[in-house]
Design a protein around this ligand. Structure first.
Ligand code: ZN
Ligand code: ZN
Length: 163
């Protein structure tokens, strides 16, 4: 039997969130389709460069280190091996709980995660593969929570708006 234990909902104050994160979360919320919401947060996770380990103050820019993306899901990234290890078994948001699910989504729609304009294609692929909404919502929630606890000072300024 597969039992999915969802962590308690947290409602962090939004004031500390980096503007890039805040606006992405807002737009992810606006979509009624779980696939579109998942697209938003997975796109964001792959676009902005910062460490997904809890409490890590580093971003790829600030550390100057080689940035490592998880080889399972290709979605989250870490500033180093120790951060990856710590995040895998983290108490609040263990990455091992979600990595395989994100990997499944990435394998189906990952090629559309690079560009915001490809959202509809991503959503279509999810439908075609009959990915169920609860899994997409679970991923969206997991990434939301990860973003929400990142120290805003570590985040790079907007990368998606170059105009
Ligand atoms: Zn992973
Ligand atoms: Zn780190």
């Amino acid at each position: 039997m597969l039992l999915v234990v969802m962590p308690e909902p947290i409602a962090p104050s939004r004031a500390h969130l980096h503007p890039v994160i805040r606006s992405a979360l807002d737009s992810a919320m606006k979509y009624s389709s779980p696939a579109a919401g998942a697209f938003k947060v997975m796109h964001l996770a792959r676009t902005i460069r910062f460490c997904f380990a809890p409490g890590c103050p580093e971003s790829a820019q600030s550390s100057g280190r080689v940035y490592m993306r998880c080889s399972g899901c290709h979605t989250v990234a870490y500033s180093g091996k120790s951060c990856q290890r710590r995040a895998w078994t983290d108490k609040q948001l263990p990455h091992r709980d979600i990595c395989r699910k994100m990997a499944q989504i990435f394998n189906i729609g990952g090629r559309y995660l690079r560009r915001e304009e490809d959202q509809d294609k991503f959503v279509r692929e999810m439908r075609k593969a009959k990915i169920n909404d609860s899994m997409l919502s679970e991923i969206t929630l997991w990434l939301h929570r990860s973003f929400a606890r990142m120290p805003s000072g570590s985040l790079p300024s907007a990368t998606s708006s170059s105009e």
